[in-house]
Ligand binder design. Structure first.
Ligand SMILES: NC(=O)c1ccc[n+]([C@@H]2O[C@H](COP(=O)([O-])OP(=O)(O)OC[C@H]3O[C@@H](n4cnc5c(N)ncnc54)[C@H](O)[C@@H]3O)[C@@H](O)[C@H]2O)c1
Length: 266
């Protein structure tokens, strides 16, 4: 991919996992990166700078409109508009639908769906004023199909795909592309916490995926960088790109899927 020295990208949820991998890759590609997270980010920014990145950070809750408004003011002052916005911050919630509380449901929708809307609303408006920009929303295979015990999470990711398609339709003619990536299960802190609660084990995921492994944060970051870069994906708008090793394409039953795998000789 080409270098992007004069371009600025903001990534939410950049303290760890997919967000940190995306910020690191975009900085290696030459973007100035702005890391956003509710957790402290100083160590991550220092490390990126040691590798030559132009990186800054802002700590706050992306579901707070006043935080997003302040961010938009700062970006407007310093850059006029972002070139790339990655809406990656997200939280998980594993519970039976009948046990999911109203407060849990609202928090998941706030962080996973309302926050991307706020960021698109305020930072997308600046992109529209300049007539160029690329927004990538991090959804999930859980935005493309139902998965039990995740009613709030799945509804948020289905909603995020709906928001992606609607903004792509509304803004594509004004130079701003809006796409989503839909990862399968990824080895991050979110997965460690979900597995720690006893929800599933590695083999459940590996056996469900035609390519027989978890996604890595880097797999997802590469797809984000592709969608960010108009010289590679300039006519791609409104897609929800699975980054799932074939999960969503595969309706095989488990023993059939596993029987297709390469066998070690002997
Ligand atoms: N891990 C998976 O298996 C998986 C699979 C598919 C999709 N995803 C999605 O990928 C994205 C990244 O997931 P991850 O696995 O890297 O998760 P993670 O939990 O490792 O990282 C998420 C980051 O978001 C930040 N964050 C949470 N709430 C925030 C808020 N209100 N404001 C600002 N920052 C906030 C957290 O502090 C954390 O740094 C999420 O949207 C998630 O839903 C994850």
């Amino acid at each position: 991919m080409e270098q992007h020295e004069s371009k600025t990208a903001a990534v939410t949820g950049a303290a760890q996992g997919v967000g940190l991998a995306a910020a690191a890759l975009l900085s290696r590609l030459g973007y100035r990166v702005i890391l956003l997270d509710i957790q402290p980010l100083d160590a991550q920014v220092d490390k990126l700078r040691q590798h030559g990145a132009q990186a800054t950070s802002l700590c706050g809750d992306v579901s707070s409109e006043s935080f997003v408004q302040d961010l938009a003011l700062q970006i407007g002052r310093e850059h006029a508009a972002l070139d790339v916005l990655v809406n990656n911050a997200g939280i998980s919630c594993i519970a039976r639908a009948e046990d999911t509380t109203a407060a849990q449901w609202r928090r998941v929708i706030d962080v996973n769906l309302f926050a991307p809307f706020l960021l698109c609303r305020h930072l997308g408006a600046q992109m529209l004023a300049r007539g160029v920009g690329s927004i990538i929303n991090v959804a999930s295979v859980a935005g493309l199909a139902g998965v039990s015990h995740r009613s709030a999470y799945n509804a948020s990711k289905h909603g995020l795909i709906g928001l992606t398609r609607t903004l792509a339709a509304e803004w594509g003619g004004r130079g701003v592309r809006v796409n989503a990536v839909c990862p399968g299960w990824i080895k991050t802190e979110m997965d460690a916490a979900d597995q720690g609660s006893g929800a599933y084990v590695d083999a459940d995921i590996v056996d469900r995926v035609p390519m027989a492994r978890f996604a890595s944060p880097e797999d997802v970051a590469q797809a984000i960088a592709f969608l960010a870069d108009g010289s590679h994906s300039g006519f791609i708008n409104g897609v929800s790109l699975p980054v799932d090793g074939g999960w969503i394409a595969d309706a095989s039953w488990e023993s059939l899927r596993v029987s297709t795998r390469r066998r070690e000789p002997g």
